[in-house]
Design a protein around this ligand. Structure first.
Ligand SMILES: Nc1ncnc2c1ncn2[C@@H]1O[C@H](COP(=O)(O)OP(=O)(O)OP(=O)(O)O)[C@@H](O)[C@H]1O
Ligand SMILES: [Mg+2]
Length: 1072
């Protein structure tokens, strides 16, 4: 057994002894982190978990009820954004439509006033033009459409004019110009006219079967204009709703383009051929790895990938891959692993027509992927659904025609799998892809990932699992767990050169050299005495070798250090650096101010003009996003950052500098080192990447070991994480009825990653003992109840069922370490809930784990306390926190009376949230409480998420019925701590508050606006928006609109469908 194994085993033993304290290992900033200016602050926490952002999206705005927040995301959920809850019920929407129907004449008049009708009829003209040149099939189809349009026109409200009312003037102008030029150029110019797709009349985006479906619906005699006007109106509403939404959602490419239609036909034919090829398990791979050639074209168009790397081709053509065996593959960073996974996902979605789940480690990465794949979804006809932060619907909407690609964080992926199992739909999941598979060995998130995969393996034999990583060592264990094949290669498209810097000498890492390194060069720098003193590590010299023309990342051990280093570097940069992309940097500063209500961090104000910025979790997600955009486009050339960036967003650099071999106070692990240096070298941009690790003589030996030793092994955390691991697993196994008796549960455990590694991790206990112990613990806690079943042969078999408290905890995804406390607190609240202000309710939804890590500033606490109204003071009194106690703490007096620290801390955080809800300005609250604004933001998202968890906890327990309505409202308030008008825009992946404000001010006020926006116009109207970002944003908006339209259609159909148990005439006459 190796050293790592022994270490883990020791840790497990310790945890076993101190059980009650387990499970609270969240990574909200520690006390030290909250102290600005403290060099000792722990940044390491950023690599671990924080509960944040688990609010739920209500894709179909049907009820005001909030969806259960199945789970909390990773710490990176601080990137998460806001949710949208139903403002109107579905019936209210129908009412609205009815109102509109009554006002048709006015609407029409308005429309014609705006000359929009001309545009639309123009579209129809083009439509007719194009059909004459298309073959018989298309001709028939389009004619039918046109007929339908004219038929329906007499009866229905035309949705297009409505949609055009609020279009930004810039867009109207753009399209007017376009229209003029189209008149000049004939139907050629329609290619550019996304606008046409406003017309709901032709379903070009749909694959043929969907179009046929649509036709059938229209041609269905039932949907024709009826005799009674009431019926007529009802039908027309349904059709209107459907067609309007489909039309909007399909706003993408020129609807009437002939080439487009031909391409669509070709695509569907290719898909059919590919489907057949796959079904017949033929070796013929078809045009592009069983996929239509269009996929290849899209990769060229969207990603600039012309040809697959050799290893990618080999991997895709492996026998095991074609046989759909589970697969693990491992390649160095930037090796191009994603493309292989994406092709396999597309095969599953398009050819095998099953849903796919892709699990990624952080919210920011999920969002990046959603933006990147939405355009593929639109072009190829599948949904891309976001399960991160506040987004995601459980169970997912059942789609009729198209398949869904769910892109999820680890936590949301687990909730999604649970919901699919619960609703008996797990076999609809054809493929699960896990990126950064090594994370299975990291804390409670690793445990969650393990549970998810184990459940998929156990419940669905037809679901394929694919895992990838750049840092895997003990692959055999993982292979055994996942029953997977393994593929590996050392390919890296951009060479990575690793260097070490000791004093002013640079050494190249060289595995062939005796001590692992060879001398490379002396650093050629002439430092003044002051500079030598300020920059003993020669960071300025190292950075200026690459910036401003190339990018550079400087990894620092702590957040404070990032800020200091950024400032220090700028102090010694020449004025020449100010001139590089001066105007754009000025824009970045302006935009930062805009998104922060005029506030600007003084450090960033000084560093950005030099092209330098710090990047860590103390920034708000809006600031981070803006800085990342500026870095990606080269406006900023240097980031000083913490280790979070290594695993977070994809921001590669020409040179990566590691300021010290430490993360906080801990010596760097090999895996962390590999991830950080792996950011060096951008494929397609740089021809080479370099990493330089700066070290002091004292660390030399340890560093030499670091660069030469193998990667750390990856170990299961299922048992170590206890309340967030094995206990949660057992509760869900029994709650979901996956396994309810001892034998089955034990059998399940044998199949886990822990089961595979049990002998290394916990020798002194058998798996059987561990299983029994955990079940006993859950039973003692009142979460499970034991039933005894007498089996033949006098054997006794225990089976279990979940108690009400257990179900509530499971449904609310409450960390089991806190479920009893939560129950107690809510029960106490029933005795005297103060509802005169929100404070008491906020207190009840302040996350326990964040409170346990908080260290109040007693002076601030006291000041806040003395400003409380009598009702608010009453809340504190009910909780047992007195002004006298806080006063004593503030003045440093000794306190004899025992006070519950957790309650005091929790109340302090409630004050922060309460102030935030009143002021809605993170900056002023940050100043008032002397807390980093990024922390306040993650506290808010954490509270919103926990509030929805508590709501679902209460829903399962009758005695807490009174909380339900209150918590629905509170969750909304916490979720939308922004101006209400920005919420629809913020639903779009990657659009945060700042960007939403910009868009709103430019006239893009709704999802429909954004979905129909022209990226070219957007980049001209919106400051600091690249073409790439604009395109991704529009694609994401289109995808979302499409999803909403589809969901509404289903809603309508469901509403109008005759219930299957409707009493039949035969039955009633029988009775008579
Ligand atoms: N065949 C290809 N030709 C050109 N570029 C490619 C090819 N395959 C992938 N790339 C590009 O290489 C870059 C890195 O690829 P990718 O993100 O898949 O790396 P990775 O192996 O997942 O690395 P990491 O371990 O760092 O996540 C991306 O920009 C991707 O578009
Ligand atoms: Mg990757």
């Amino acid at each position: 057994m190796d050293e790592g194994g022994a270490r883990i085993r020791r840790r497990v033993r310790v945890r076993q002894r101190s059980r009650p304290g387990l499970g609270s290992v969240f990574a909200a900033p520690t006390a030290a982190e909250l102290e600005p200016g403290d060099e000792e602050e722990e940044e390491e926490g950023e690599l671990k978990e924080t509960v944040v952002g688990s609010r739920r999206e209500k894709t179909v705005e049907v009820e005001v009820e909030v969806e259960p927040a199945q789970n909390n995301d990773s710490e990176e959920d601080m990137f998460g954004d806001y949710d949208s809850f139903a403002e109107n019920s579905f019936l209210a929407q129908v009412d609205d439509l009815e109102q509109q129907y009554m006002q048709v004449p006015q609407l029409r008049k308005h429309a014609s006033d705006l000359t929009i009708k001309d545009l639309c009829s123009g579209s129809i003209k083009h439509n007719k033009l194009s059909i004459t040149t298309v073959g018989n099939f298309t001709e028939l189809k389009v004619d039918e459409h046109t007929k339908n349009q004219s038929r329906h026109k007499d009866v229905f409200i035309e949705p297009e004019p409505d949609l055009l009312y609020d279009v930004p003037s810039s867009q109207v102008l753009y399209f007017e110009n376009l229209q003029n030029s189209s008149n000049d150029l004939g139907d050629q110019s329609t290619k550019e006219k996304d606008w046409n797709s406003f017309s709901h009349k032709i379903g070009n985006e749909e694959l043929p079967q969907n179009s046929t479906e649509h036709h059938q619906q229209i041609d269905d005699p039932c949907s024709k204009v009826g005799t009674s006007s009431e019926e007529n109106r009802r039908k027309s509403l349904k059709e209107h709703l459907k067609s309007a939404m489909t039309g909007n959602a399909k706003a993408q490419t020129p609807v009437f383009s002939r080439t487009k239609q031909l391409k669509e036909t070709l695509l569907s034919e290719e898909i059919n051929v590919a489907k057949k090829a796959i079904e017949s398990s033929s070796d013929d791979l078809g045009p592009f790895y069983s996929l239509p050639t269009k996929v290849r074209d899209l990769y060229v168009q969207f990603k600039g990938i012309e040809k697959l790397y050799e290893w990618q081709h080999t991997c895709l053509t492996l026998n095991s891959v074609q046989e759909r065996k589970n697969l693990i593959y491992s390649l160095p960073t930037s090796g191009g692993k994603t493309l292989v996974a994406e092709i396999l996902m597309l095969q599953e979605l398009l050819c095998r027509r099953r849903d796919v789940l892709m699990i990624l480690p952080y919210v920011a990465i999920v969002q990046e992927k959603i933006s990147g794949l939405s355009s593929f979804g639109i072009e190829l006809g599948f949904f891309v659904e976001e399960y991160a932060g506040s987004k995601g619907k459980f169970p997912p909407i059942k789609r009729r025609g198209k398949k869904s690609l769910y892109i999820a964080t680890i936590e949301k992926g687990n909730s999604l799998v649970n919901s699919l199992i619960e609703t008996g739909r797990i076999s609809s999941l054809g493929l699960v892809v896990v990126d950064e598979l090594h994370m299975i060995g990291e804390g409670s998130r690793g445990a969650i990932l393990e549970m998810t995969l184990a459940k998929v393996l156990y419940t669905s034999k037809t679901t394929q699992i694919i895992g990838m990583s750049a840092t895997l060592t003990n692959v055999e264990d993982l292979q055994k767990f996942l029953q997977a094949e393994y593929y590996t290669s050392q390919f890296r498209p951009v060479e990575l050169k690793e260097y070490l810097k000791i004093n002013d000498a640079i050494y190249e890492v060289d595995s062939k050299a005796e001590n692992g390194m060879t001398f490379s060069r002396l650093l050629n720098c002439q430092y003044s005495d002051t500079l030598k003193k300020m920059d003993p590590d020669h960071l300025v010299a190292l950075a200026t070798e690459v910036i401003p023309n190339h990018s550079c990342l400087v990894f620092c051990p702590t957040k404070k250090n990032c800020e200091n280093v950024a400032e220090m570097i700028c102090r010694f940069l020449s004025k020449q650096y100010l001139k590089h992309r001066e105007k754009e940097k000025h824009e970045v500063i302006k935009n930062l101010k805009n998104i922060s209500s005029g506030n600007l961090c003084p450090i960033l104000k000084r560093t950005i003009p030099f092209g330098v910025a710090y990047h860590h979790s103390g920034l708000t997600s809006d600031e981070r996003k803006l800085l990342e955009e500026a870095y990606s486009t080269g406006v900023l050339c240097l980031f000083t950052c913490t280790s979070t960036l290594a695993a977070g967003v994809n921001l590669p650099a020409r040179r990566v500098i590691l300021r010290a071999p430490y993360v906080a106070k801990e010596f760097l692990k090999r895996n962390q080192y590999k991830q950080m240096i792996g950011r060096a070298g951008r494929a397609g941009i740089d021809s080479i990447g370099e990493s330089i690790l700066i070290l002091q003589e004292k660390d030399k030996q340890q560093v030499l070991e670091l660069i030469s030793r193998p990667l750390e092994n990856c170990y299961s955390h299922l048992v170590q994480e206890f309340t967030k691991g094995i206990q949660t697993l057992f509760l869900s196994l029994i709650g979901l009825k996956i396994a309810t008796n001892l034998d089955d549960i034990y059998h399940f455990m044998c199949g886990t990653f822990f089961g595979v590694q049990q002998k290394i991790l916990l020798q002194e206990k058998s798996l059987w003992d561990i299983t029994i112990e955990s079940l006993r613990y859950l039973t003692e806690k009142g979460l499970l109840q034991k039933d005894t079943i007498d089996k033949p042969k006098e054997e006794i078999q225990y089976s279990f069922h979940i108690t009400k408290l257990g179900r509530a905890s499971f449904k609310g995804t409450i960390d089991l370490a806190y479920c009893n406390i939560l129950y107690r607190d809510l029960k106490k609240g029933l005795e005297g809930l103060v509802l005169e202000s929100l404070l008491h309710l906020i207190y009840l939804t302040t996350p326990y784990d964040m409170a346990s890590c908080c260290d109040p500033d007693w002076m601030i606490y006291f000041r806040q306390f003395s400003q409380l109204s009598p009702a608010e003071q009453n809340v504190a009194a009910l909780l047992g926190v007195s002004e006298n106690f806080i006063g004593k703490k503030a003045s440093g007096q000794p306190i004899k009376k025992k006070v519950d620290k957790d309650i005091v801390n929790r109340l302090y955080l409630s004050f922060v949230l309460y102030t935030l809800l009143k002021e809605t300005n993170i900056w002023s609250v940050s100043e008032k409480f002397n807390m980093p604004r990024g922390y306040i933001q993650s506290l808010l998202t954490g509270a919103a998420s926990f509030s929805s968890c508590v709501l679902h906890f209460c829903e399962e327990l009758e005695e807490f019925w009174v909380y339900r309505a209150l918590l629905v409202e509170l969750t909304k308030k916490l979720t939308y701590c922004v101006k209400a008008e920005l919420i629809p825009l913020m639903e779009v992946t990657g659009v945060l508050e700042g960007r939403a404000k910009q868009l709103y001010n430019a006239g893009y006020k709704s999802l429909t606006h954004l979905a129909n926006a022209n990226p070219e116009v957007l980049i001209r109207t919106i400051d600091h928006l690249s073409r790439h970002q604009a395109k991704q944003m529009v694609s994401s908006a289109k995808m979302l609109l499409h999803e909403k339209a589809e969901a509404l259609q289903e809603e309508v159909e469901e509403l109008l469908r005759l219930p299957s148990d409707f009493p039949s005439i035969a039955a009633s006459s029988e009775k008579a």
